[in-house]
Design a protein around this ligand. Structure first.
Ligand SMILES: [Zn+2]
Length: 301
């Protein structure tokens, strides 16, 4: 499932290939993803793509005339970008509007899950592929963005406007575990299960620790909480950086932009030895809020 670093990588990949280009055609092969693809998507045609932003795990594509396309990748959504040259050379018959996408030899599944194609005036094409169809698209105007139900309740971004002081003020009375608090989108957006586990492991904090115990009596963040906030930011930044290098490899081959595997220290490593130097603990898996948490009981207190 794409998490924040993957979405940021997709944002950068789409930006470097498509920014400033005019959209000339949208092919909708599947009108229902998680929700219906709005018919207003066709109003984006003949507009230039002027900016791409990320908010939590949402991509926001700004088109001329203050039109915004929101894209969420769900569980398995990804974009593949084809250069004008590739389209000419390999896929010369793509604009026939047939049932199946002609890009399937590259995007996989014989093109059965290529739900959307975005064609730009220079001939480049972005294909949206999503086998599980949990992703979704919405289109609205910039002045509607502030009230968009998906965006309005989001907490701060982990890098820009979030810090230990802010986090402490939200969790100082909380009897919930720190792992679940990190996943709460009103606390901080886009941390996700994998990176919450990784940041807690790096910080040496047990995922079962209650929020309130990480705040002093006067409401200030404890040293531990400060370290945790720092590690959350670091682990996300490192993943984005490694995504950046993966992205270069990708664009040399098939231009596929989606999710990729990282080297995790604790996530998915049940029964394996802890990788922290000097710690000889064994990684355990527990369930919190119906989701797996991986931890080292020896170095996470
Ligand atoms: Zn350990």
């Amino acid at each position: 499932m794409p998490e924040l670093p993957e979405v940021e990588t997709v944002k950068r990949g789409l930006s470097s290939s498509l920014l400033g280009k005019r959209l000339v055609e949208v092919v909708v092969r599947t009108s229902k993803l998680r929700y219906d693809v709005p018919s207003t998507i066709h109003e984006l045609v003949q507009r230039k793509l002027v900016n791409i932003r990320r908010r939590a795990k949402y991509l926001l594509l700004d088109f001329e005339g203050s039109m915004v396309m929101l894209s969420h990748l769900g569980m398995s959504g990804r974009y593949t970008i084809f250069s004008p040259d590739e389209v000419q050379r390999v896929f010369p018959h793509t604009t026939n509007g047939g049932q199946l996408s002609a890009f399937g030899t590259t995007t996989g599944y014989e093109g059965k899950h290529d739900h959307l194609e975005f064609k730009f005036e220079d001939g480049s094409v972005a294909v949206y592929t999503d086998p599980r169809r949990f992703g979704f698209i919405d289109v609205f105007t910039l002045d509607q963005e502030g009230e968009h139900p998906r965006l309005v309740q989001l907490g701060p971004e982990p890098f820009d406007d979030w810090d230990a002081k802010d986090f402490a003020s939200k969790i100082h009375k909380s009897q919930r575990s720190i792992k679940l608090l990190l996943l709460e989108q009103s606390m901080v957006v886009g941390v996700g299960n994998i990176y919450a586990c990784e940041a807690l492991h790096r910080s040496g904090i047990s995922p079962r620790t209650l929020g309130t115990t990480l705040v002093t009596q006067t409401g200030k963040p404890t040293k531990k909480l400060q370290i945790l906030v720092h590690e959350v930011q670091d682990v996300l930044k490192e993943a984005i950086d490694s995504g950046g290098s993966t992205l270069n490899d990708f664009s040399n081959t098939d231009g596929s932009l989606g999710y990729f595997s990282h080297q995790f220290q604790v996530y998915g490593r049940e029964d394996e030895p802890c990788l922290k130097q000097g710690c000889f603990g064994i990684i355990e898996r527990i369930v919190q809020g119906q989701r797996s948490t991986f931890l080292c009981p020896r170095c996470q207190k």
